[in-house]
Design a protein around this ligand. Sequence first.
Ligand SMILES: Cc1cc2nc3c(=O)[nH]c(=O)nc-3n(C[C@H](O)[C@H](O)[C@H](O)COP(=O)(O)OP(=O)(O)OC[C@H]3O[C@@H](n4cnc5c(N)ncnc54)[C@H](O)[C@@H]3O)c2cc1C
Length: 521
Amino acid sequence: MADAPREHRVVVVGAGIGGLVSALLLADQGLAVTLVEAAEAPGGKMRQLMVGGAAVDSGPTVFTMRWVFEQILDAAGFTLADLPALTPLPVLARHAWRGSDARLDLHADRERSTDAIGAFAGAAEARRFRSFCEQALATYRALDACYLRSPQLDLLGMGRALPTLAALGPFASLWGALGRHFHDPRLRQLFGRYATYCGASPWQAPATLMLVAQVEMDGVWSVDGGMHGVAQRFAELAARRGARLRYASRCERILVERGRVHGVRLAGGEEIAADHVVFNGDPQALVQGLLGPDVVRAVPAVPRARRSLSALTWSVRAPTDGFPLERHNVFFDDDYRSEFDDIFRHRRLPRAGTVYVCAQDRGAGLAPSQGAPERLLCLVNAPADGDRRPFEPEETDPCERHSLALLRGCGLQIAAAPTAVQRTTPADFHRLFPATGGALYGQATHGWLAPFRRPTSATRVPGLVLAGGGVHPGPGVPMAALSGQWAAATVMAHLASTSRSRRAAISGGTSTPSVTTAATP
Ligand SMILES: Cc1cc2nc3c(=O)[nH]c(=O)nc-3n(C[C@H](O)[C@H](O)[C@H](O)COP(=O)(O)OP(=O)(O)OC[C@H]3O[C@@H](n4cnc5c(N)ncnc54)[C@H](O)[C@@H]3O)c2cc1C
């Protein structure tokens, strides 16, 4: 354990993966960490719902970038073995198209994917897939050091990545770049969908988002007991390192005195003193004044139009028939463009939305017995307007009917009793994640400037630090976990600099405090 003082107090607001990682790493460094979470359990978006007596993962389901968790656990003296068991999935996802028997599996084994694409769309398209893979890998490698593994976008590193990025075409969209690789519109649709992992439209996402394809090709794991179990385990590990975890404890105010954070006030009035506060909610909650007037200018305001995708989800426990589900399944409709025009331009539920189905009892050779109920998360993208309208059944029912018809058109029947389905709308997501309108991925990654606009862990309020999917490096469980790591590093760097300046003052050196500017933590 490091020699940081236990008396240095940190309050982490939020037990999403970003907050949990910060709490673990800071407690491991010897700081006095209290984590306060509004919900009854850890995880935030990594949540489970009880449906028909079974726990259904109703948030993230695709576990990628295992190295991120390995690195974080290692820093805190744990290993991947301390997480629920992870099983690599040989089939990354199964894809189907409306009104056709054609199916395409992407495999963990690249050669198998190439063969599958050859059989699906011809040898020339399989060759193009190889060239796409090369470019996706080059893009990933170019951005790995200067973006993913850097506490903020590293401009010098970006300079070195320029030749690779220029090859994508200056300012190219993901959709445009894919058009140079694939002639078969179904493949363009399939790989364009990776933009939605960052809550973006393929038409507006920068071509660099093809790195998401590389992330998946590097491996997808299923988690024993579900993704929610990962959050639970991080909470347990943080507690083992000394963090105090308090659930059902909503922070209603971040307290600032003489220009610096000095604690939080919970709903109910209790105050907890702190030298640093790590905020894991959506950064726009600060801007909207939900954490009090002293922190409204902590980060720039983001217009509603820049919100990322929300979703309409159905957590289901029911028997299925007629379609051989894999763990991850994607059902495409005919008019892909209309999905994103509906959501981002017309701000309505898509009339021809893609349906994602996570069959949680399947994968890596597992399958429920014939006719037995199985756990499913079905998801359709939606506009993040949950703060504008209630998304009542009049609006959501047609989308649900259309989605079920799409699944049936691909052969999949879901025999769900009304009590075996739990729906979550953008309005529900907005209630769970205040200030978002239900946006699940922070600001949409739209346009090549998007990564520059995302806040970093440091804010304009000294002592206030950010972690989460709305912060650099971006959304998704591993990325939000990385942001938690950067938040912890920011706190520790500040502590190191202030203890240096204290030592200098005691020994008669210059006593200039190292934290003087508004942009530092
Ligand atoms: C349906 C769905 C599917 C997804 N699919 C995937 C996927 O397959 N793979 C993937 O990698 N990612 C996926 N994501 C995205 C991923 O879940 C998120 O990017 C990530 O979990 C966000 O973590 P976070 O650290 O930002 O915290 P969040 O999960 O946003 O949690 C923030 C926490 O802060 C708490 N909080 C906020 N304000 C306060 C307050 N004032 N006081 C106390 N507590 C507060 C909230 O209650 C919440 O628990 C999905 C998300 C959803 C919802």
